[in-house]
Design a protein around this ligand. Structure first.
Ligand code: AMP
Ligand code: ZN
Length: 477
């Protein structure tokens, strides 16, 4: 099993990965709030999580990947301010919250599917786990971490001594406090709601009975309750976008560890934001770019995946249409290399990874090292490029290793097909004449001439395939 070294937000350092159970990884990634389409910034985070899961599986770990679907309780401010995002969206569209949730959950998985993102092992909806949340809140309450105020049940962060460790928050840091809207019911600005009975807005669509009155759960508690239900009270990796460090994940840790008295998550991994030339991309501010808008502009979803993998997940990535064009061209060039290798092989079997020759095996090892080193996707991509360019490796080896790498990168290279373009009849005549001339040159053992003609055809984007019954050709797009 390959040793991997993820960068742990908790402790801010690259750390050797040691799972709780040898060979197994429990992984939780915060899922979408399904009140709108995912924008391509959200999707960047899910591409990163998918690269993580694929890499771990490549290295032989059995990964249980759990993702929640937030269909209740997420207010427009992560710190309990504003409106419920689902309720607002339902109101605006004149549909029920459940209709909205179903529609955007389906849209989310359609998008992630098109991006080659593997479906999580467990997908769990908040609205179907309210009983688990209530049970967890009762444990937290029994240990004395809560107080009722203004009709809502709050978590008292001053009772949890290591509060804010993940984000390096200092409790006396006025600036951190100032960013949080003052809620008169809170004893401390960092306190957060576990259960709402007093809605800040009319017509809260979904409510449940609870020991604290009829109401609904705060947003943070859902991740703690569902992750523990499916992964146990302590698990290996938790991931999400970088914006979740100071509030959402900080609060998840406090309430989980308050309930169990144990360390909850060993490794925290956070993806930096995708930004637009103009600044932050945000779901609630509107004007965001969806995957479908990229498709409508002529891109394959996997071009966006390639674009994402061109940056390290811990660096901000700036979206631009020019960068998308480059990603598209690069992915096509890569697919063409794969097809060239296939052409060279002409149906011959590719070797098993264990039987690779030295050149390809070394490349593959360097590729694995790059992924193991905190998912260095740009370095891994560079290794793939070197491999398909590297004339030292025989075609069969290069192809086998490239497909192996693509198992982790997910760029759809195994499915690459040549796009054929139409050719006008006059050009067909010229092509066939050149092919006949090449056949004659070969018959006369004039190899230089035959190669020169093949080169000439290649410049016309014509690919030749020599078979037992003669030569066939196709025009490449
Ligand atoms: P949400 O659906 O708003 O809960 O967000 C889903 C995921 O996308 C979370 O992990 C966020 O941290 C992440 N996210 C939000 N905006 C961006 C962005 N611009 N770039 C990358 N990730 C983002
Ligand atoms: Zn979460």
């Amino acid at each position: 099993m390959h040793a991997i070294k993820p960068f742990n937000t908790l402790g801010r350092s690259a750390q050797d990965f040691e799972p709780i159970q040898p060979g197994k990884v429990g992984f939780y990634g915060c899922g979408p709030t399904v009140y709108n389409y995912a924008h391509i910034g959200n999707l960047r985070t899910y591409v990163f999580e998918d690269l993580l899961v694929r890499s771990l599986r490549r290295f032989g770990y059995e990964v249980t990947h759990v993702m929640n679907i937030t269909d209740v309780g997420h207010l427009s401010g992560d710190d309990d301010t504003g409106e419920d995002k689902m309720v607002r969206s339902a109101k605006e569209r004149g549909e029920s919250v459940l209709q909205i949730a179903r529609f955007y959950t389906d849209a989310f998985f359609r998008d992630t599917g098109r991006l080659g993102i593997a479906r999580p092992t467990v997908v769990c909806k908040a609205t179907e786990h309210v009983a688990d949340m209530i049970a967890l809140i009762q444990r937290i309450e029994a240990k004395g971490y809560t107080y009722m105020s203004g009709g809502n049940l709050y978590f008292d962060v001053t009772k949890f001594p290591t509060y804010g460790e993940l984000a390096n928050l200092r409790m006396d840091d006025l600036k951190a406090g100032a960013r949080i809207e003052v809620d008169e019911n809170k004893k401390n600005p960092h306190d957060f709601v576990l259960w709402f009975t007093k809605s800040k807005f009319e017509n809260q669509a979904l409510v449940w009975d609870s020991p604290w009155g009829v109401g609904y759960p705060g947003w943070h508690i859902e991740c703690s309750a569902m992750s523990m239900k499916y992964l146990g009270e302590s698990f290996d990796i938790h991931a999400g976008g970088i914006d979740h460090v100071p509030v959402h994940h900080t609060n998840e840790i406090a309430q989980s560890e308050a309930a169990t008295g144990k360390k909850w998550v060993n490794y925290w991994m956070h993806a930096e934001f995708l930004i637009l030339d103009k600044g932050k991309m945000s779901k609630s501010k509107g004007g965001f770019i969806t995957l479908q808008s990229l498709v409508d502009a002529g891109f394959d979803p996997l071009d966006y995946r390639y674009f994402c993998l061109g940056g390290h997940y811990r660096s901000q990535l700036t979206f631009s249409w020019e960068a998308m064009e480059q990603a598209k061209a690069s992915r096509k060039a890569l697919a063409d290399r794969i097809l060239d290798l296939r052409d060279k092989l002409a149906g011959q079997d590719i070797p098993a990874v264990s039987a690779l020759g030295r050149a390809a095996a070394e490349r593959l090892a360097r590729f694995d090292d790059a992924l193991a080193d905190d998912l260095a996707a740009p370095r891994a991509l560079a290794e793939l490029w070197q491999l398909v360019r590297d004339s030292q490796a025989p075609a069969a080896d290069a192809l086998a290793a490239a497909l192996e790498m693509d198992g982790a990168l997910g760029l759809g290279l195994a499915a690459a097909r040549r796009e054929e373009a139409s050719v006008d009849p006059e050009t067909v005549g010229r092509i066939e004449a050149l092919i006949a001339a090449r056949a004659a040159a070969k018959k006369a053992k004039n190899w230089a001439e035959a190669d020169a003609i093949r080169g000439q055809l290649k410049e016309m984007s014509i690919a030749l395939e020599d078979g037992p019954s003669g030569t066939t050709w196709k025009k490449l797009a």
